[in-house]
Design a protein around this ligand. Sequence first.
Ligand code: SF4
Ligand code: SF4
Length: 610
Amino acid sequence: MDVLSTQKKALLLGNEAVVRGAVEAGIDVATTYPGTPSSEIADTFSKIAQYYKNKGLEPGFYFQYSTNEKVALEFAAAAAVSGLRALTCMKHVGLNVASDTFMTYMYVGCKAGHVIITADDPSCHSSQNEQDNRYYAKFGNAPLLEPSDPLEAKDMVMEAFKISEELSLPILFRMTTRTSHIRGPVSLGRINLKKKKGKFEKNPLMVTVPEVARKLHPILLEKMEMAEKISENSRFNYVEDFGGNAGIVSSGPSHNYVREAVEELGVKCKILKLGMTNPLPRKMCIDFLKACGRVLVVEELEPFLEEQLKAIAHEEEIDVKIYGKGYGGLSRIYEYDVDIVERVIRKFFGLKEKESASSSIPIPPRPPVLCPGCPHRATYYAVKQVAPEGTIYPTDIGCYTLGKAPPLEVADFLLCMGSNVGTACGFSYATNQKVISFMGDSTFFHAGLPGIVNAVHHNHDCIITVLDNRTTAMTGHQPNPGTEYDGMGNEAVMLKVEDVVRGLGVKHVEVVNPNNLEKTKETFRRALEYKGTSVVVSKAPCILLIPQERRAGSFEIDQNKCTKCEVCIKKFGCPAFYYDGDKIKIDETLCSACGVCTQVCEPHAIRRKK
Ligand code: SF4
Ligand code: SF4
Protein backbone atom coordinates (compact mmCIF):
# COMPACT_ATOMS: atom_id res chain seq x y z
CA MET A 1 0.00 0.00 0.00
CA ASP A 2 1.45 3.38 -1.06
CA VAL A 3 0.14 5.01 2.07
CA LEU A 4 2.27 2.64 4.20
CA SER A 5 5.35 3.07 1.99
CA THR A 6 8.71 2.96 3.75
CA GLN A 7 10.34 4.99 0.97
CA LYS A 8 11.24 8.64 1.43
CA LYS A 9 8.47 9.82 -0.87
CA ALA A 10 5.20 8.53 -2.25
CA LEU A 11 2.65 9.83 -4.70
CA LEU A 12 -0.49 10.12 -2.62
CA LEU A 13 -4.01 11.43 -2.99
CA GLY A 14 -4.73 14.37 -0.70
CA ASN A 15 -7.02 12.11 1.33
CA GLU A 16 -4.33 9.42 1.59
CA ALA A 17 -1.81 12.06 2.66
CA VAL A 18 -4.12 12.97 5.54
CA VAL A 19 -4.09 9.35 6.65
CA ARG A 20 -0.32 9.12 6.31
CA GLY A 21 0.02 12.22 8.47
CA ALA A 22 -2.21 10.65 11.10
CA VAL A 23 -0.31 7.37 10.94
CA GLU A 24 3.02 9.17 11.44
CA ALA A 25 1.47 11.21 14.25
CA GLY A 26 0.49 8.03 16.10
CA ILE A 27 -3.27 8.01 15.54
CA ASP A 28 -5.19 5.92 18.07
CA VAL A 29 -8.81 6.26 16.98
CA ALA A 30 -10.33 7.27 13.63
CA THR A 31 -14.06 7.57 13.04
CA THR A 32 -16.28 8.66 10.19
CA TYR A 33 -19.54 8.52 8.40
CA PRO A 34 -18.50 8.13 4.75
CA GLY A 35 -19.23 11.03 2.44
CA THR A 36 -17.63 12.25 -0.77
CA PRO A 37 -15.13 13.94 -1.04
CA SER A 38 -13.84 12.66 2.32
CA SER A 39 -14.53 8.93 1.73
CA GLU A 40 -10.98 7.84 0.83
CA ILE A 41 -9.71 9.05 4.21
CA ALA A 42 -11.90 6.57 6.03
CA ASP A 43 -11.53 3.85 3.43
CA THR A 44 -7.75 4.11 3.68
CA PHE A 45 -7.91 3.65 7.46
CA SER A 46 -10.15 0.64 6.88
CA LYS A 47 -7.77 -0.82 4.29
CA ILE A 48 -4.77 -0.33 6.59
CA ALA A 49 -6.58 -2.04 9.48
CA GLN A 50 -7.49 -4.99 7.26
CA TYR A 51 -4.01 -5.10 5.71
CA TYR A 52 -2.45 -5.58 9.16
CA LYS A 53 -5.19 -7.97 10.22
CA ASN A 54 -4.65 -10.15 7.16
CA LYS A 55 -0.98 -10.35 8.08
CA GLY A 56 -1.96 -11.44 11.58
CA LEU A 57 -0.74 -8.13 13.01
CA GLU A 58 -2.37 -5.69 15.38
CA PRO A 59 -3.32 -2.53 13.37
CA GLY A 60 -2.23 -0.26 16.21
CA PHE A 61 -5.32 1.92 15.99
CA TYR A 62 -9.08 1.54 16.04
CA PHE A 63 -11.22 2.60 13.10
CA GLN A 64 -14.98 2.89 12.94
CA TYR A 65 -17.59 3.64 10.29
CA SER A 66 -20.05 5.14 12.74
CA THR A 67 -23.81 5.37 12.28
CA ASN A 68 -23.59 9.07 11.50
CA GLU A 69 -21.20 12.01 11.88
CA LYS A 70 -22.53 13.01 15.28
CA VAL A 71 -21.88 9.55 16.69
CA ALA A 72 -18.47 9.49 14.98
CA LEU A 73 -17.49 12.78 16.62
CA GLU A 74 -18.80 11.73 20.04
CA PHE A 75 -16.94 8.41 19.94
CA ALA A 76 -13.68 10.10 19.02
CA ALA A 77 -14.23 12.91 21.54
CA ALA A 78 -14.43 10.34 24.34
CA ALA A 79 -11.19 8.81 23.11
CA ALA A 80 -9.48 12.22 22.88
CA VAL A 81 -10.54 13.31 26.38
CA SER A 82 -9.18 9.95 27.60
CA GLY A 83 -5.77 10.73 26.12
CA LEU A 84 -5.92 8.96 22.74
CA ARG A 85 -5.14 10.83 19.54
CA ALA A 86 -8.27 10.91 17.42
CA LEU A 87 -9.34 11.88 13.93
CA THR A 88 -12.91 12.23 12.70
CA CYS A 89 -13.64 12.83 9.04
CA MET A 90 -16.79 13.73 7.21
CA LYS A 91 -18.05 15.63 4.23
CA HIS A 92 -19.05 19.25 4.78
CA VAL A 93 -22.76 18.58 5.35
CA GLY A 94 -21.76 15.90 7.83
CA LEU A 95 -20.63 18.67 10.12
CA ASN A 96 -24.20 19.95 10.17
CA VAL A 97 -25.21 16.57 11.60
CA ALA A 98 -22.34 16.67 14.11
CA SER A 99 -22.70 20.37 14.87
CA ASP A 100 -24.63 19.93 18.10
CA THR A 101 -21.77 17.89 19.48
CA PHE A 102 -19.12 20.07 17.87
CA MET A 103 -20.30 23.37 19.36
CA THR A 104 -20.21 22.15 22.95
CA TYR A 105 -17.19 19.91 22.48
CA MET A 106 -15.20 23.09 21.79
CA TYR A 107 -16.15 24.27 25.29
CA VAL A 108 -15.06 20.99 26.89
CA GLY A 109 -11.90 20.54 24.84
CA CYS A 110 -9.74 17.46 24.62
CA LYS A 111 -6.65 15.99 26.23
CA ALA A 112 -4.94 14.21 23.34
CA GLY A 113 -5.08 15.78 19.89
CA HIS A 114 -8.31 15.53 17.94
CA VAL A 115 -8.46 16.54 14.27
CA ILE A 116 -11.92 17.00 12.77
CA ILE A 117 -11.80 16.88 9.01
CA THR A 118 -14.48 18.57 6.98
CA ALA A 119 -14.25 17.95 3.24
CA ASP A 120 -16.02 20.80 1.49
CA ASP A 121 -17.40 20.42 -2.01
CA PRO A 122 -17.29 23.64 -4.06
CA SER A 123 -19.36 23.10 -7.23
CA CYS A 124 -21.47 20.43 -5.47
CA HIS A 125 -19.77 17.60 -7.38
CA SER A 126 -21.46 15.11 -5.08
CA SER A 127 -23.41 17.13 -2.56
CA GLN A 128 -26.71 18.84 -1.96
CA ASN A 129 -25.08 22.23 -1.28
CA GLU A 130 -21.64 23.90 -1.30
CA GLN A 131 -21.57 25.46 2.17
CA ASP A 132 -18.25 26.92 3.29
CA ASN A 133 -17.43 25.19 6.56
CA ARG A 134 -14.72 27.67 7.51
CA TYR A 135 -17.55 29.54 9.17
CA TYR A 136 -17.99 26.64 11.57
CA ALA A 137 -14.50 27.44 12.84
CA LYS A 138 -15.56 31.01 13.58
CA PHE A 139 -18.95 29.92 14.90
CA GLY A 140 -17.58 27.25 17.22
CA ASN A 141 -14.24 28.89 18.06
CA ALA A 142 -12.14 26.17 16.52
CA PRO A 143 -8.63 26.62 15.17
CA LEU A 144 -8.76 25.94 11.44
CA LEU A 145 -6.16 24.56 9.04
CA GLU A 146 -6.57 24.50 5.25
CA PRO A 147 -4.01 22.63 3.13
CA SER A 148 -3.43 23.39 -0.54
CA ASP A 149 -1.96 20.07 -1.70
CA PRO A 150 -1.21 16.52 -0.50
CA LEU A 151 2.23 17.35 0.90
CA GLU A 152 0.83 20.17 2.97
CA ALA A 153 -2.13 17.99 3.98
CA LYS A 154 0.18 15.41 5.52
CA ASP A 155 2.37 17.93 7.30
CA MET A 156 -0.60 19.93 8.51
CA VAL A 157 -2.35 16.91 10.01
CA MET A 158 0.76 16.19 12.07
CA GLU A 159 0.91 19.82 13.13
CA ALA A 160 -2.82 19.83 13.87
CA PHE A 161 -2.36 17.13 16.52
CA LYS A 162 0.33 19.21 18.18
CA ILE A 163 -1.75 22.41 18.15
CA SER A 164 -4.75 20.50 19.44
CA GLU A 165 -2.73 19.23 22.38
CA GLU A 166 -1.12 22.60 23.06
CA LEU A 167 -4.53 24.25 23.29
CA SER A 168 -6.50 21.22 24.54
CA LEU A 169 -8.88 22.03 21.70
CA PRO A 170 -10.08 19.96 18.75
CA ILE A 171 -8.88 21.33 15.40
CA LEU A 172 -11.03 21.82 12.35
CA PHE A 173 -9.21 20.74 9.19
CA ARG A 174 -10.73 21.79 5.88
CA MET A 175 -10.15 19.78 2.75
CA THR A 176 -11.99 20.49 -0.49
CA THR A 177 -12.79 18.18 -3.38
CA ARG A 178 -9.69 19.37 -5.23
CA THR A 179 -7.26 18.92 -2.32
CA SER A 180 -8.82 15.58 -1.44
CA HIS A 181 -8.56 14.17 -4.92
CA ILE A 182 -5.36 15.52 -6.40
CA ARG A 183 -2.34 13.27 -6.24
CA GLY A 184 1.04 14.70 -5.39
CA PRO A 185 4.47 13.78 -4.02
CA VAL A 186 4.55 13.53 -0.24
CA SER A 187 7.68 13.25 1.91
CA LEU A 188 7.34 10.38 4.32
CA GLY A 189 8.49 9.89 7.88
CA ARG A 190 8.28 6.98 10.28
CA ILE A 191 5.06 5.06 10.75
CA ASN A 192 4.08 5.34 14.36
CA LEU A 193 1.26 2.95 15.18
CA LYS A 194 1.01 1.32 18.58
CA LYS A 195 -2.17 0.29 20.30
CA LYS A 196 -2.72 2.18 23.57
CA LYS A 197 -5.40 2.59 26.15
CA GLY A 198 -6.24 5.99 27.59
CA LYS A 199 -7.47 6.97 31.02
CA PHE A 200 -10.44 9.19 31.67
CA GLU A 201 -9.76 11.56 34.55
CA LYS A 202 -13.05 12.75 35.98
CA ASN A 203 -13.52 16.50 35.97
CA PRO A 204 -16.76 18.32 36.81
CA LEU A 205 -15.88 20.83 34.08
CA MET A 206 -16.72 18.15 31.55
CA VAL A 207 -20.40 18.08 32.44
CA THR A 208 -21.78 21.03 30.51
CA VAL A 209 -24.67 22.09 32.69
CA PRO A 210 -25.33 25.87 32.39
CA GLU A 211 -23.16 26.76 35.38
CA VAL A 212 -20.22 24.87 33.86
CA ALA A 213 -20.82 26.16 30.33
CA ARG A 214 -20.70 29.74 31.65
CA LYS A 215 -17.23 28.99 33.06
CA LEU A 216 -16.04 27.19 29.93
CA HIS A 217 -16.99 29.85 27.40
CA PRO A 218 -14.42 32.45 28.56
CA ILE A 219 -11.80 29.70 28.81
CA LEU A 220 -12.50 28.83 25.18
CA LEU A 221 -12.04 32.46 24.17
CA GLU A 222 -8.72 32.56 26.03
CA LYS A 223 -7.63 29.44 24.16
CA MET A 224 -8.46 31.16 20.90
CA GLU A 225 -6.24 34.08 21.89
CA MET A 226 -3.44 31.54 22.38
CA ALA A 227 -4.38 30.04 19.02
CA GLU A 228 -3.85 33.43 17.38
CA LYS A 229 -0.27 33.44 18.67
CA ILE A 230 0.21 29.97 17.17
CA SER A 231 -1.26 31.22 13.89
CA GLU A 232 1.12 34.19 13.96
CA ASN A 233 4.11 31.83 14.13
CA SER A 234 2.73 29.02 12.01
CA ARG A 235 4.94 27.85 9.18
CA PHE A 236 1.76 27.43 7.16
CA ASN A 237 1.18 31.19 7.13
CA TYR A 238 3.85 32.97 5.13
CA VAL A 239 4.58 35.73 2.63
CA GLU A 240 6.26 35.17 -0.72
CA ASP A 241 7.72 38.37 -2.12
CA PHE A 242 7.97 38.71 -5.89
CA GLY A 243 8.50 42.50 -5.70
CA GLY A 244 6.16 45.45 -6.11
CA ASN A 245 3.54 46.60 -3.65
CA ALA A 246 0.48 44.73 -4.90
CA GLY A 247 -0.68 41.88 -2.65
CA ILE A 248 -2.58 38.65 -3.20
CA VAL A 249 -4.01 36.63 -0.32
CA SER A 250 -5.12 33.05 -0.80
CA SER A 251 -5.67 29.74 0.94
CA GLY A 252 -6.47 26.14 0.02
CA PRO A 253 -6.39 25.08 -3.63
CA SER A 254 -6.81 28.70 -4.76
CA HIS A 255 -3.21 29.25 -3.69
CA ASN A 256 -1.99 26.79 -6.33
CA TYR A 257 -3.89 28.68 -9.03
CA VAL A 258 -2.51 32.00 -7.78
CA ARG A 259 1.07 30.72 -7.81
CA GLU A 260 0.69 29.24 -11.29
CA ALA A 261 -0.85 32.44 -12.70
CA VAL A 262 1.72 34.72 -11.02
CA GLU A 263 4.59 32.65 -12.38
CA GLU A 264 3.02 32.46 -15.83
CA LEU A 265 2.37 36.20 -16.03
CA GLY A 266 5.59 37.24 -14.29
CA VAL A 267 3.79 39.95 -12.30
CA LYS A 268 5.38 41.64 -9.30
CA CYS A 269 3.46 41.05 -6.10
CA LYS A 270 3.58 39.75 -2.58
CA ILE A 271 1.55 36.64 -1.81
CA LEU A 272 0.19 35.99 1.66
CA LYS A 273 -0.46 32.27 1.81
CA LEU A 274 -2.69 31.35 4.71
CA GLY A 275 -2.79 27.77 5.94
CA MET A 276 -4.06 28.43 9.45
CA THR A 277 -7.11 30.54 8.70
CA ASN A 278 -8.78 30.67 12.09
CA PRO A 279 -7.75 32.60 13.99
CA LEU A 280 -6.02 34.69 11.36
CA PRO A 281 -2.47 35.83 12.18
CA ARG A 282 -3.66 39.38 12.81
CA LYS A 283 -0.24 40.99 13.13
CA MET A 284 1.00 39.27 9.98
CA CYS A 285 -2.12 40.46 8.15
CA ILE A 286 -1.65 44.04 9.41
CA ASP A 287 1.99 44.07 8.25
CA PHE A 288 0.98 42.63 4.89
CA LEU A 289 -1.84 45.12 4.34
CA LYS A 290 0.45 48.00 5.31
CA ALA A 291 3.09 46.81 2.86
CA CYS A 292 0.61 46.68 -0.02
CA GLY A 293 -1.19 49.48 -1.80
CA ARG A 294 -3.91 47.13 -2.96
CA VAL A 295 -4.75 43.55 -2.22
CA LEU A 296 -6.62 40.84 -4.11
CA VAL A 297 -8.17 38.02 -2.07
CA VAL A 298 -8.57 34.73 -3.92
CA GLU A 299 -10.57 32.11 -2.04
CA GLU A 300 -13.27 29.67 -3.08
CA LEU A 301 -16.87 30.10 -1.96
CA GLU A 302 -17.55 32.69 0.73
CA PRO A 303 -15.50 35.86 1.45
CA PHE A 304 -14.21 34.37 4.71
CA LEU A 305 -10.71 35.86 4.51
CA GLU A 306 -11.79 38.95 2.61
CA GLU A 307 -14.28 40.10 5.24
CA GLN A 308 -11.76 39.63 8.03
CA LEU A 309 -9.02 41.44 6.14
CA LYS A 310 -11.37 44.33 5.38
CA ALA A 311 -12.32 44.49 9.07
CA ILE A 312 -8.65 44.50 10.09
CA ALA A 313 -7.85 47.25 7.55
CA HIS A 314 -10.76 49.31 8.81
CA GLU A 315 -9.95 48.84 12.50
CA GLU A 316 -6.26 49.60 11.97
CA GLU A 317 -7.02 52.50 9.58
CA ILE A 318 -4.75 51.02 6.92
CA ASP A 319 -4.95 52.78 3.59
CA VAL A 320 -5.32 49.76 1.33
CA LYS A 321 -7.91 48.80 -1.25
CA ILE A 322 -9.02 45.19 -0.89
CA TYR A 323 -10.61 43.40 -3.85
CA GLY A 324 -12.37 40.07 -3.57
CA LYS A 325 -15.76 38.64 -4.41
CA GLY A 326 -17.34 40.24 -7.44
CA TYR A 327 -14.00 41.54 -8.75
CA GLY A 328 -13.20 40.33 -12.26
CA GLY A 329 -15.67 37.48 -11.94
CA LEU A 330 -14.46 36.11 -8.59
CA SER A 331 -17.60 34.35 -7.57
CA ARG A 332 -19.10 33.09 -4.30
CA ILE A 333 -20.17 29.97 -6.12
CA TYR A 334 -18.42 26.94 -7.59
CA GLU A 335 -14.80 25.87 -7.74
CA TYR A 336 -12.10 28.11 -9.15
CA ASP A 337 -9.47 26.97 -11.58
CA VAL A 338 -6.27 28.40 -12.96
CA ASP A 339 -8.05 30.03 -15.92
CA ILE A 340 -10.49 31.89 -13.67
CA VAL A 341 -7.71 33.04 -11.36
CA GLU A 342 -5.38 34.02 -14.18
CA ARG A 343 -8.15 36.14 -15.74
CA VAL A 344 -8.65 38.00 -12.46
CA ILE A 345 -4.94 38.50 -11.90
CA ARG A 346 -4.58 39.90 -15.43
CA LYS A 347 -7.31 42.42 -14.62
CA PHE A 348 -5.71 43.23 -11.26
CA PHE A 349 -2.44 44.05 -12.99
CA GLY A 350 -4.02 45.78 -15.99
CA LEU A 351 -2.86 43.10 -18.44
CA LYS A 352 -4.67 42.28 -21.64
CA GLU A 353 -7.15 39.43 -21.48
CA LYS A 354 -5.84 36.18 -22.82
CA GLU A 355 -7.28 35.19 -26.16
CA SER A 356 -9.47 32.20 -25.80
CA ALA A 357 -7.78 29.10 -27.11
CA SER A 358 -10.86 27.03 -26.53
CA SER A 359 -11.66 24.71 -29.39
CA SER A 360 -15.25 24.58 -28.12
CA ILE A 361 -15.75 20.98 -29.11
CA PRO A 362 -19.28 20.25 -27.96
CA ILE A 363 -19.33 17.39 -25.49
CA PRO A 364 -22.64 15.58 -25.21
CA PRO A 365 -24.04 15.74 -21.67
CA ARG A 366 -23.75 12.45 -19.81
CA PRO A 367 -26.05 12.66 -16.79
CA PRO A 368 -25.42 10.02 -14.12
CA VAL A 369 -27.81 7.08 -14.20
CA LEU A 370 -28.54 4.04 -12.06
CA CYS A 371 -26.25 1.17 -13.08
CA PRO A 372 -27.55 -1.56 -15.37
CA GLY A 373 -28.98 -4.21 -13.06
CA CYS A 374 -29.40 -1.83 -10.12
CA PRO A 375 -32.19 -3.15 -7.88
CA HIS A 376 -33.41 0.41 -7.23
CA ARG A 377 -34.58 0.61 -10.86
CA ALA A 378 -36.75 -2.46 -10.33
CA THR A 379 -38.29 -0.97 -7.16
CA TYR A 380 -38.99 2.33 -8.87
CA TYR A 381 -40.47 0.68 -11.93
CA ALA A 382 -42.81 -1.44 -9.79
CA VAL A 383 -43.85 1.58 -7.71
CA LYS A 384 -44.64 3.63 -10.79
CA GLN A 385 -46.83 0.80 -12.06
CA VAL A 386 -49.10 0.81 -9.03
CA ALA A 387 -48.94 4.28 -7.46
CA PRO A 388 -51.79 6.64 -8.37
CA GLU A 389 -51.19 9.74 -10.49
CA GLY A 390 -49.92 12.62 -8.35
CA THR A 391 -48.12 10.45 -5.77
CA ILE A 392 -45.35 12.43 -4.07
CA TYR A 393 -41.92 10.79 -3.83
CA PRO A 394 -39.68 12.36 -1.16
CA THR A 395 -36.22 10.93 -1.56
CA ASP A 396 -32.87 10.99 0.20
CA ILE A 397 -29.09 11.02 -0.19
CA GLY A 398 -27.70 8.00 -2.01
CA CYS A 399 -27.46 6.30 -5.42
CA TYR A 400 -31.22 6.06 -5.40
CA THR A 401 -31.50 9.84 -5.83
CA LEU A 402 -30.72 9.01 -9.47
CA GLY A 403 -34.33 7.82 -9.68
CA LYS A 404 -34.97 11.51 -10.32
CA ALA A 405 -33.94 11.10 -13.96
CA PRO A 406 -36.36 10.11 -16.73
CA PRO A 407 -37.92 7.72 -17.40
CA LEU A 408 -38.40 6.74 -13.73
CA GLU A 409 -38.83 10.21 -12.19
CA VAL A 410 -39.37 9.05 -8.65
CA ALA A 411 -37.71 11.84 -6.70
CA ASP A 412 -39.73 14.94 -5.92
CA PHE A 413 -38.19 16.45 -2.81
CA LEU A 414 -34.80 16.23 -1.11
CA LEU A 415 -33.20 18.21 1.68
CA CYS A 416 -30.59 16.14 3.48
CA MET A 417 -29.80 12.76 5.03
CA GLY A 418 -32.98 11.27 6.51
CA SER A 419 -35.25 14.05 5.31
CA ASN A 420 -37.38 11.67 3.25
CA VAL A 421 -39.40 10.55 6.26
CA GLY A 422 -40.05 13.90 7.93
CA THR A 423 -41.05 15.45 4.63
CA ALA A 424 -43.18 12.42 3.70
CA CYS A 425 -45.18 12.93 6.89
CA GLY A 426 -45.48 16.65 6.17
CA PHE A 427 -46.72 16.03 2.61
CA SER A 428 -49.14 13.42 3.90
CA TYR A 429 -50.63 15.99 6.30
CA ALA A 430 -50.51 18.95 3.92
CA THR A 431 -52.05 17.29 0.86
CA ASN A 432 -54.53 14.63 -0.19
CA GLN A 433 -51.87 13.01 -2.37
CA LYS A 434 -50.38 9.59 -1.71
CA VAL A 435 -46.81 9.71 -0.42
CA ILE A 436 -44.12 7.08 -0.99
CA SER A 437 -40.67 7.99 0.29
CA PHE A 438 -37.28 6.38 -0.36
CA MET A 439 -34.04 6.03 1.54
CA GLY A 440 -31.16 3.56 1.58
CA ASP A 441 -30.18 1.20 4.38
CA SER A 442 -27.24 3.32 5.48
CA THR A 443 -29.38 6.46 5.47
CA PHE A 444 -32.01 4.60 7.48
CA PHE A 445 -29.52 4.02 10.29
CA HIS A 446 -27.87 7.43 9.87
CA ALA A 447 -30.87 9.72 10.16
CA GLY A 448 -34.03 7.84 9.21
CA LEU A 449 -34.95 6.47 12.63
CA PRO A 450 -36.18 9.65 14.40
CA GLY A 451 -38.47 10.43 11.44
CA ILE A 452 -39.99 6.95 11.60
CA VAL A 453 -40.58 7.27 15.35
CA ASN A 454 -42.34 10.56 14.65
CA ALA A 455 -44.41 8.99 11.85
CA VAL A 456 -45.51 6.08 14.01
CA HIS A 457 -46.28 8.22 17.04
CA HIS A 458 -48.52 10.53 15.00
CA ASN A 459 -49.81 7.75 12.74
CA HIS A 460 -48.94 9.63 9.56
CA ASP A 461 -50.29 7.99 6.44
CA CYS A 462 -47.33 7.34 4.18
CA ILE A 463 -45.21 4.54 2.77
CA ILE A 464 -41.56 4.66 3.77
CA THR A 465 -39.42 2.54 1.45
CA VAL A 466 -36.03 1.39 2.63
CA LEU A 467 -33.94 0.45 -0.40
CA ASP A 468 -31.75 -2.06 1.39
CA ASN A 469 -28.92 -2.90 -1.01
CA ARG A 470 -26.75 -4.31 1.80
CA THR A 471 -24.09 -1.59 1.68
CA THR A 472 -23.36 2.13 1.62
CA ALA A 473 -23.09 2.09 -2.15
CA MET A 474 -22.69 5.67 -3.29
CA THR A 475 -19.62 6.46 -1.23
CA GLY A 476 -17.77 3.27 -2.12
CA HIS A 477 -19.51 0.25 -0.52
CA GLN A 478 -18.66 0.84 3.10
CA PRO A 479 -20.30 -1.32 5.77
CA ASN A 480 -23.18 0.00 7.88
CA PRO A 481 -25.10 -1.36 10.90
CA GLY A 482 -27.08 -3.58 8.52
CA THR A 483 -24.01 -5.46 7.31
CA GLU A 484 -22.27 -8.37 8.97
CA TYR A 485 -18.81 -6.85 9.17
CA ASP A 486 -17.29 -3.56 10.30
CA GLY A 487 -14.62 -1.18 9.05
CA MET A 488 -11.82 -3.14 10.74
CA GLY A 489 -12.93 -6.24 8.82
CA ASN A 490 -14.31 -7.82 11.99
CA GLU A 491 -17.64 -9.59 12.32
CA ALA A 492 -20.31 -7.22 13.60
CA VAL A 493 -23.87 -7.49 14.86
CA MET A 494 -26.09 -7.15 11.79
CA LEU A 495 -29.27 -5.17 12.42
CA LYS A 496 -32.21 -5.95 10.14
CA VAL A 497 -34.16 -2.91 8.98
CA GLU A 498 -37.45 -4.82 9.25
CA ASP A 499 -36.76 -5.84 12.87
CA VAL A 500 -35.82 -2.30 13.80
CA VAL A 501 -38.97 -0.74 12.31
CA ARG A 502 -41.19 -3.36 13.91
CA GLY A 503 -39.46 -2.52 17.18
CA LEU A 504 -40.28 1.13 16.57
CA GLY A 505 -43.96 0.24 16.37
CA VAL A 506 -44.59 0.16 12.60
CA LYS A 507 -47.51 -2.25 12.18
CA HIS A 508 -47.40 -2.72 8.42
CA VAL A 509 -43.93 -3.93 7.44
CA GLU A 510 -43.12 -5.99 4.37
CA VAL A 511 -39.85 -7.18 2.89
CA VAL A 512 -39.62 -7.85 -0.83
CA ASN A 513 -36.98 -8.64 -3.41
CA PRO A 514 -37.47 -5.91 -6.03
CA ASN A 515 -36.03 -8.08 -8.77
CA ASN A 516 -39.38 -9.91 -8.65
CA LEU A 517 -41.52 -7.17 -10.17
CA GLU A 518 -44.92 -8.83 -9.66
CA LYS A 519 -44.31 -9.45 -5.96
CA THR A 520 -42.99 -5.91 -5.56
CA LYS A 521 -46.09 -4.44 -7.18
CA GLU A 522 -48.34 -6.54 -4.91
CA THR A 523 -46.35 -5.39 -1.88
CA PHE A 524 -46.79 -1.72 -2.75
CA ARG A 525 -50.47 -2.24 -3.57
CA ARG A 526 -51.02 -3.59 -0.04
CA ALA A 527 -49.03 -0.74 1.46
CA LEU A 528 -51.09 1.78 -0.53
CA GLU A 529 -54.30 0.26 0.87
CA TYR A 530 -52.99 0.45 4.44
CA LYS A 531 -54.03 3.52 6.41
CA GLY A 532 -51.16 4.77 8.56
CA THR A 533 -47.40 4.43 8.50
CA SER A 534 -46.11 1.48 6.54
CA VAL A 535 -42.58 0.41 5.70
CA VAL A 536 -41.50 -1.57 2.65
CA VAL A 537 -37.98 -2.96 2.83
CA SER A 538 -36.94 -3.50 -0.76
CA LYS A 539 -34.01 -5.81 -0.27
CA ALA A 540 -31.52 -6.92 -2.92
CA PRO A 541 -27.76 -6.43 -3.01
CA CYS A 542 -26.20 -3.65 -5.04
CA ILE A 543 -25.37 -5.22 -8.41
CA LEU A 544 -21.71 -4.33 -7.91
CA LEU A 545 -21.59 -6.56 -4.81
CA ILE A 546 -22.55 -9.58 -6.90
CA PRO A 547 -19.44 -11.47 -8.01
CA GLN A 548 -18.41 -10.86 -11.60
CA GLU A 549 -18.95 -14.49 -12.59
CA ARG A 550 -22.59 -14.31 -11.51
CA ARG A 551 -22.97 -11.11 -13.52
CA ALA A 552 -21.39 -12.72 -16.54
CA GLY A 553 -23.38 -13.31 -19.68
CA SER A 554 -25.92 -11.06 -21.21
CA PHE A 555 -29.47 -10.87 -22.39
CA GLU A 556 -30.53 -10.28 -25.96
CA ILE A 557 -33.63 -9.34 -27.88
CA ASP A 558 -35.38 -11.68 -30.24
CA GLN A 559 -35.98 -9.24 -33.08
CA ASN A 560 -38.80 -11.41 -34.42
CA LYS A 561 -40.77 -10.93 -31.22
CA CYS A 562 -39.84 -7.31 -30.42
CA THR A 563 -42.78 -4.99 -31.17
CA LYS A 564 -40.74 -1.77 -30.56
CA CYS A 565 -43.12 -0.80 -27.80
CA GLU A 566 -40.04 0.80 -26.15
CA VAL A 567 -41.19 -0.06 -22.62
CA CYS A 568 -37.67 -1.29 -21.88
CA ILE A 569 -36.21 2.07 -22.90
CA LYS A 570 -38.91 4.61 -22.17
CA LYS A 571 -40.41 3.22 -18.96
CA PHE A 572 -37.82 0.90 -17.44
CA GLY A 573 -34.72 2.74 -18.65
CA CYS A 574 -31.89 0.25 -18.24
CA PRO A 575 -28.90 1.94 -19.91
CA ALA A 576 -27.88 -1.32 -21.59
CA PHE A 577 -30.65 -0.87 -24.18
CA TYR A 578 -29.84 1.06 -27.32
CA TYR A 579 -31.05 1.63 -30.84
CA ASP A 580 -28.99 0.13 -33.63
CA GLY A 581 -30.65 1.57 -36.72
CA ASP A 582 -34.28 0.69 -36.20
CA LYS A 583 -33.51 -2.28 -33.96
CA ILE A 584 -33.48 -2.20 -30.19
CA LYS A 585 -30.54 -4.12 -28.81
CA ILE A 586 -28.82 -4.83 -25.50
CA ASP A 587 -25.19 -3.77 -25.11
CA GLU A 588 -23.57 -6.87 -23.67
CA THR A 589 -20.68 -4.86 -22.29
CA LEU A 590 -23.16 -3.01 -20.06
CA CYS A 591 -25.69 -5.74 -19.30
CA SER A 592 -25.13 -7.28 -15.88
CA ALA A 593 -27.53 -10.13 -16.53
CA CYS A 594 -30.00 -9.27 -13.78
CA GLY A 595 -32.86 -10.44 -16.01
CA VAL A 596 -35.39 -7.94 -14.65
CA CYS A 597 -36.09 -6.58 -18.14
CA THR A 598 -37.59 -9.95 -19.12
CA GLN A 599 -40.44 -9.09 -16.72
CA VAL A 600 -41.21 -5.74 -18.35
CA CYS A 601 -41.24 -7.01 -21.91
CA GLU A 602 -44.79 -8.20 -22.55
CA PRO A 603 -44.09 -9.98 -25.86
CA HIS A 604 -41.31 -11.96 -24.08
CA ALA A 605 -38.78 -10.80 -26.65
CA ILE A 606 -35.89 -10.65 -24.17
CA ARG A 607 -34.00 -13.83 -23.46
CA ARG A 608 -30.69 -14.92 -22.00
CA LYS A 609 -27.97 -15.02 -24.60
CA LYS A 610 -26.65 -18.52 -25.16
S1 SF4 B 1 -39.99 -4.13 -24.10
FE1 SF4 B 1 -39.59 -5.95 -25.33
S2 SF4 B 1 -40.92 -5.72 -27.08
FE2 SF4 B 1 -40.84 -3.73 -26.13
S3 SF4 B 1 -39.19 -2.72 -27.23
FE3 SF4 B 1 -38.26 -3.63 -25.43
S4 SF4 B 1 -37.54 -5.65 -26.14
FE4 SF4 B 1 -38.97 -4.87 -27.67
S1 SF4 C 1 -30.63 -8.14 -17.89
FE1 SF4 C 1 -31.83 -6.48 -18.76
S2 SF4 C 1 -32.25 -5.08 -17.04
FE2 SF4 C 1 -30.58 -6.43 -16.41
S3 SF4 C 1 -28.76 -5.28 -16.93
FE3 SF4 C 1 -29.19 -6.60 -18.68
S4 SF4 C 1 -30.42 -5.35 -20.05
FE4 SF4 C 1 -30.42 -4.33 -18.08
